[in-house]
Design a protein around this ligand. Structure first.
Ligand code: NAI
Length: 369
């Protein structure tokens, strides 16, 4: 049986908590803001220790999606969902289909996509019960977003290099990548071909050794990596890596990576600025995947070339905001929030056309055919 509870959270448009007894589903869906379009954000499946950890995570992630969408002008709003479960043990078709029933309650105000713990095949399973899903593995859909996220991060690393060294070239620069999953491994590949020296770390030892061998990289312990000297640090694992305590020991000149919510809190953005470490705000540099997923709802249909050109623009957006931050004596994070709020209040990038969703359940057979 499905039970849905509406939670009143100040500053959020809608937050729901749902349980479904047969599949064991316990999840939250948060819509922070939908001024510019329906909220599009990933479905994170993670074994949170406590209910409140999951709630805190979904709220933080949904708010960041509002700023990400506003700056990327993706015609979507800010939202996110989390399912409390270990994806390796408890991610079943029943659980995903029950989750589809939960998002149906929001009638298209929230659109799911893949995230940590979920993948494009899972989106297909959710689509068996709900039309409000993006990033399906079909030729009419946008598919795996990570190659676009990685390309956007690569452009962001180049923008950071431009600002720091006067050239976007990475030849001879040392890039330290934390997390070699879907995004991090692709970023490693891109910076390798640009002539960078790589330092790599991951909690998955086999993955780390494999990637280090591919790129002649130096593999380092995932616990002490923040103290290692490099030109640009590229966090591509989970959030919260940049803490107050960590800042004094950092030995990089710039930080540009994919992980969501890298800053422990807003104060850390100021501390980075004081330490003269140039930070590419996470919700700006990692917008490639969102731009890709949002574009499948364009009335002209999904076009990877359109997405590529839009993701390339992350380079200029970052360079401009880094210059504005320098001129105004503000952190890059602060300037990024100001740009997002400006776009929200002037309805810049607002979606004009109503989204037509793919009918439920019609896609799985096609994908398997
Ligand atoms: P993933 O799950 O494929 O890869 C994460 C990698 O980080 C794994 O190899 C894992 O072993 C490693 N890892 C986890 N904790 C670690 C730690 N403490 N130290 C070192 N390595 C650790 O995830 P994906 O898709 O590559 O995403 C990476 C980050 O980028 C996440 O924070 C995600 O939210 C963010 N992001 C991803 C997007 C996408 O298109 N996949 C879009 C926007 C943001």
């Amino acid at each position: 049986m499905l039970t849905i509870k509406e939670l009143k959270i100040p500053g959020y448009k809608r937050v729901i908590e749902a349980n479904e007894s047969q599949s064991g589903l316990h999840c939250f869906v948060a819509i922070h803001n939908s001024t510019l379009g329906p909220a599009l954000g990933g479905t994170r499946i993670f074994p949170y220790a406590q209910r409140d950890d999951a709630l805190k995570d979904v709220l933080r992630l949904a708010e960041a999606m509002t700023y990400k969408s506003a700056i990327a002008e993706s015609g979507t709003g800010g939202g996110k969902s989390v399912i409390i479960a270990d994806p390796k043990k408890l991610k079943t078709p029943q659980l995903l289909r029950a989750f589809g029933q939960v998002i149906n309650v929001l009638e298209g105000e929230y659109i799911a996509a893949e995230d940590v713990g979920s993948n494009v095949e899972d989106m297909l399973e959710i689509h068996e019960t709900s039309p409000y899903v993006s990033a399906l593995p079909l030729d009419t859909s946008s598919g795996d977003p990570s190659r676009f996220t990685a390309w956007g991060v690569f452009k962001g690393i180049q923008a950071t290099a431009m600002k720091l060294f006067g050239s976007p070239s990475l030849k001879g620069k040392t890039i330290l990548i934390q997390g070699l999953g879907n995004v991090g491994s692709k970023v490693a590949n891109l910076v390798f071909w640009e002539g960078a020296h790589l330092i790599l770390t991951d909690i998955d030892g086999n993955r780390l050794q494999h990637q280090a061998k591919l790129y002649g990289a130096h593999a380092v312990d995932p616990h002490g990596f923040l103290k290692i000297k490099c030109d640009i640090l590229t966090p591509c694992a989970l959030g919260g890596v940049l803490t107050r305590e960590a800042i004094p020991s950092l030995r990089c000149q710039g930080i540009a990576g994919a992980a969501n919510n890298q800053l422990e809190n807003e104060e850390v953005a100021k501390l980075l600025m004081d330490a003269k470490i140039l930070y590419a705000p996470d919700f700006v540099i990692n917008a490639g995947g969102l731009i890709n997923a949002a574009s499948e709802f364009n009335h002209e249909g999904y076009d990877p070339k359109f997405v590529r050109d839009k993701v390339n623009h992350i380079y200029e957006i970052l360079l401009n905001l880094m210059t504005q931050a320098e001129k105004n004596g503000k952190s890059t994070h602060q300037i990024a929030i100001e740009i997002a709020l400006h776009n929200l209040s002037h309805l810049i990038g607002q979606r004009k056309e109503k989204i037509i969703f793919k009918p439920v359940g019609s896609q799985k057979k096609r994908a398997l055919a």
